[in-house]
Design a protein around this ligand. Structure first.
Ligand SMILES: Nc1ncnc2c1ncn2[C@@H]1O[C@H](COP(=O)(O)OP(=O)(O)OP(=O)(O)O)[C@@H](O)[C@H]1O
Length: 261
């Protein structure tokens, strides 16, 4: 496997500018009796060229944070930025362009088009967006995804892990500012999950991409450079260079504190 567009390993990089940043970000759904504060003044940075995991109990606001940062949901108060672009105040058309040009998405369900080959699934969205593909970059992504020999297969001819790797390659194809992955291994067995997480990590370490991933799984979170923890819509903690045991320990502590408080 060749790695042409190698970027330096992230562990030794000095702090770089944030690829995305939330400042005092709040999100309220509904009003009156149905009012839910999904995010309560969250401030967090997602470092460029870093792999960040977002963890927290069900309902803690993980998906809401990701959706607000990706321009998929509006913000009630505060600021959400991707690079230098403030998302609040952008018109729908500008948001659509930002999502198309600057953001890559990976979902729990792979969302591949069944009639297209793996290669077409990876390259077509960029072509449809009217961008000329950067062949050198695509070659690097293809080399890193490790699907050579299967690129002409249709999704039904690929394993779940291979399909999700195609979905990650598709997210990377436009060389976005940031990739958001929402439970990308939620539908996979542990071996296939490890393949996908390895590819996400390689996309950060070797291709210099920025990845933010929501997960419930401490083993998945341990692939990240940093884990941020949410509880009740607030940022409560973070771990740098996490191990699965360290993440599990932190989760257990929250659980105990949550029950005793
Ligand atoms: N569209 C919506 N309308 C009303 N309330 C919502 C909406 N989306 C989310 N919520 C509420 O906001 C809170 C945060 O939800 P969110 O989906 O962000 O949590 P989560 O941490 O991603 O949960 P899970 O791990 O279960 O996916 C929850 O109380 C949820 O019920």
């Amino acid at each position: 496997m060749s790695m042409q567009a190698a970027a330096p390993a992230t562990a030794h990089l000095p702090e770089t500018a944030a690829a995305a940043r939330a400042t005092g970000l709040s999100k309220v759904y509904g009003e009156g009796e149905t009012r839910v504060v999904a995010l309560d003044s969250v401030s967090v940075e997602f470092g460029r060229g870093r792999f960040t995991a977002i963890m927290g109990p069900s309902g803690s606001g993980k998906s809401t944070l990701m959706h607000c940062m990706a321009g998929l949901d509006s913000v009630s108060a505060g600021s959400a930025r991707i690079g230098d672009t403030e998302l609040t105040g952008l018109k729908d058309r500008q948001l659509t362009r930002l999502r198309r040009d600057s953001v890559g998405f990976v979902f729990q369900s792979f969302n591949l088009l069944p009639t297209l080959t793996a290669l077409e699934n990876i390259t077509l969205p960029t072509a449809i967006a009217g961008h000329r593909p950067d062949q050198g970059w695509l070659d690097t992504v293809m080399a890193t995804v490790g699907l050579s020999g299967r690129l002409n297969h249709r999704p039904s001819q690929l394993s779940g892990g291979q399909q999700q790797r195609v979905a990650v390659a598709r997210a990377l194809a436009s060389r976005p500012e940031i990739v958001f992955a929402d439970e990308p291994t939620g539908n996979l067995d542990s071996r296939s999950g490890a393949e996908v997480l390895g590819f996400l990590r390689d996309s950060v370490r070797e291709l210099g991409q920025t990845v933010v991933m929501v997960t419930h799984d401490p083993v998945a979170a341990a692939y990240a450079d940093r884990v941020v923890f949410l509880a009740d819509g607030r940022l409560t903690d973070e771990l740098v260079a996490p191990t699965a045991e360290g993440v599990l320990d932190r989760m257990r502590r929250f659980d105990t504190e949550g029950r005793t408080s």
